[in-house]
Design a protein around this ligand. Structure first.
Ligand code: F6R
Length: 575
């Protein structure tokens, strides 16, 4: 994961880097650091806010910055970026993973180099220095870096006493921005969007150099001027409210998201022609494969189950996909930057199969790969745990892939279901309190409810750190029931009358074995079991919102860092 940022020829370089890193913190927040020309390096193993305090009044007009999600090496100041090479010639930040770094490190150690960190990134800095010392030109050095280092890398680095920055990209995202004679680099345009007028997104294997007088790019061994284009500024406006938890705010924003989807996709109670065309095009295919990771995969599964059609298949983004170019592939990704999805999408493109991307990332890598793009309309989702993007995914998949006769009515029903749960959220307080005292839980359900369990349990585990698993209720007696006890609870979801008696029986069976039991149902209560009632219309959506709110309440009681849970990042940009 990790976010990198760079600035050339801007007298507010330290501010630009710190603001950029704040916007990139969603990519990882284990540590952060900046380098300011000519020789200042400041690092922290806290958040970017604390880096800001450490940097204070330091200034320069050129520098680089990094926010880290640890991959190789523990979280420590030594492992934090920027990394300095052995003879202090190179200062570098890196996003990506070098799979053969140990091999190169051993070669450098034999050549007399020593290392202070455990990272693959320090190896890149040293390898560049080593090759330069061998007498290679910088272009030859970077060509050799691309050849010898395996894996993904977007790097920005400075060479001692040179008032410019070099960059190189393969696999990991990078954008270059320009404003008059100032240049900016970042993993994501969000980090530099307020500074730039023109942008260029380098392709894989491209590298280049920026200083106040020039901006050059090397493509297939040829030097060209960077082909900047005017930035379209398709950025979402962000609300500036001072809120302490984005996750809760984003749950509550869901009616707003639904409204946006409606005005984006629908006119006069019909799909707008440009979306009707995409919908008709998809309907020509016999097989439509929905691909996602985490919550986006859960959304695909809930939609598939709801559609009740063999036409749809779901596929988890990190698993191998057998591509058939007669199929249509729909990749779902809030960020549009998930590594496994980019890799799979590139393979889909290679075979010539149709690739549709449903994403919140209007400037994302996945959008650039897609044949057709469906915008999620969720606006910026800052909390690491997905909420509104999941609902947006389900809603847009339903709009585009099912037969809806009355769109106005469809939207009205979703809104009602959301509002029902938001209005009744107090009902969840006592249940959240009981759950917060447990060590583990099973979420159980049958049919469509199991897919709600998948998403609800993912939410609870990621922000409360409880151990929570989602299982089919019928599977309990085939093993899992062995683990339950008075601190291992069971929450059952029941929206379908036809399965009700089986769900209630499962709960009775765990109740008499002392497990604390909870029932979230649109049907009957059961005595001695903590009960949450769901809405009668669009039950799944209502229950989903309830599960999001419940997770928030448990995490709040446990005093967790809800928006930035430990060990996670918003966008999973590495293997
Ligand atoms: C869960 C969550 C993650 C993401 C997953 C995919 O709350 O946020 O599971 O859903 O990392 O991310 P995107 O949708 O950006 O590809």
């Amino acid at each position: 994961m990790c976010g990198i940022v760079g600035v050339v020829n801007d007298k507010d370089a330290s501010q630009v880097l710190l603001d950029g890193l704040l916007n990139l913190e969603y990519r990882g927040y284990d540590s952060a650091g900046i380098y300011l020309f000519p020789n200042i390096i400041v690092k922290t193993i806290e958040r970017v806010a604390s880096l800001k305090t450490k940097v204070g009044e330091l200034c320069s007009d050129i520098g680089i910055g990094h926010t880290r999600w640890a991959t190789t090496g523990i979280v420590s100041e030594l492992n934090a970026h920027p990394h300095l090479s052995y003879n202090k010639k190179i200062t570098l930040v890196h996003n990506g993973i070098i799979s053969n770094y140990k091999e190169i490190k051993d070669k450098l150690i034999t050549a007399g180099y020593s290392f202070y960190s455990e990272t693959d990134s320090e190896v890149i800095a040293n390898y560049i220095e080593y090759l330069l010392n061998e007498g290679l030109t910088i272009n030859k050095v970077l060509e050799k870096v691309l050849k010898d280092l395996k894996g993904e890398l977007a790097i920005i680095f400075s060479i001692k006493d040179d008032k410019g920055l070099y960059f190189l990209k393969r696999g990991s995202p990078l954008v270059i921005g320009k404003n008059n004679d100032s240049f900016y680099l970042a993993s994501d345009i969000e980090a530099i969007k307020n500074k730039v007028k023109m942008t260029y997104y380098p392709n894989d294997l491209e590298f280049g150099y920026l200083n106040k007088d020039s901006a050059s790019l090397f493509r297939h061994h040829k030097k060209i001027n960077i082909p900047f284009v005017k930035e379209k500024n398709e950025f979402d406006k962000e609300s500036k409210e001072n809120i302490d938890c984005y996750f809760k705010k984003e749950i509550e924003e869901q009616p707003e998201v639904i409204k946006r989807i409606k005005s984006y996709y629908i006119k006069d109670n019909k799909l707008k022609p440009e979306y009707q065309r995409i919908s008709d095009d998809i309907s020509r295919f016999n097989k439509v494969v929905l691909i996602g990771c985490g919550s986006s995969y859960n959304a695909a599964n809930l939609f598939k189950n709801y559609s009740d059609s063999d036409k749809f298949e779901t596929h988890i983004g990190s698993e191998n996909l057998k591509i058939n170019n007669n199929n249509c592939y729909i990749v779902i990704s809030q960020s549009g930057e998930t590594f496994d999805l980019i890799k799979t999408s590139k393979m889909i493109k290679k075979t010539g199969a149709k690739l549709i991307v449903l994403s919140n990332g209007k400037n994302s890598s996945l959008k650039r790969l897609s044949d057709e793009f469906l915008y999620m309309c969720a606006l910026s989702e800052k909390s690491v745990a997905a909420s509104k993007s999941y609902l947006a995914s389900i809603t847009i998949l339903t709009l585009m892939l099912s037969k809806i006769t009355n769109y106005d009515y469809f939207f009205k029903r979703i809104n009602r279901a959301i509002r029902y749960m938001v209005k009744n959220e107090k009902e969840l307080d006592s249940i959240a309190l009981k759950i917060s005292s447990l060590s583990s839980m099973y979420y159980i359900g049958k049919g469509e409810d199991k897919f709600l369990c998948d998403e609800g349990s993912l939410k609870l585990k990621e922000i409360s750190y409880l151990h929570v698993e989602s299982i089919y209720s019928g599977e309990l007696k085939h093993g899992p029931i062995a683990t339950i006890n008075d601190s291992f609870g069971v929450l059952a979801i029941s929206t379908d009358k036809k399965y009700e008696s089986r769900i209630l029986t499962s709960l009775e069976e765990v109740k008499c074995r002392n497990a604390p039991c909870f029932l979230f149902s649109t049907n009957s209560k059961i005595s001695d079991v903590s009960f949450i009632s769901g809405p009668k219309k669009l039950k799944s959506i209502g229950i989903l919102i309830g599960l999001q709110i419940l997770s928030y309440k448990v995490a709040k009681i446990l005093n967790r860092d809800i928006d930035k849970p430990k060990n996670l990042a918003k966008s999973v940009t590495v293997i």
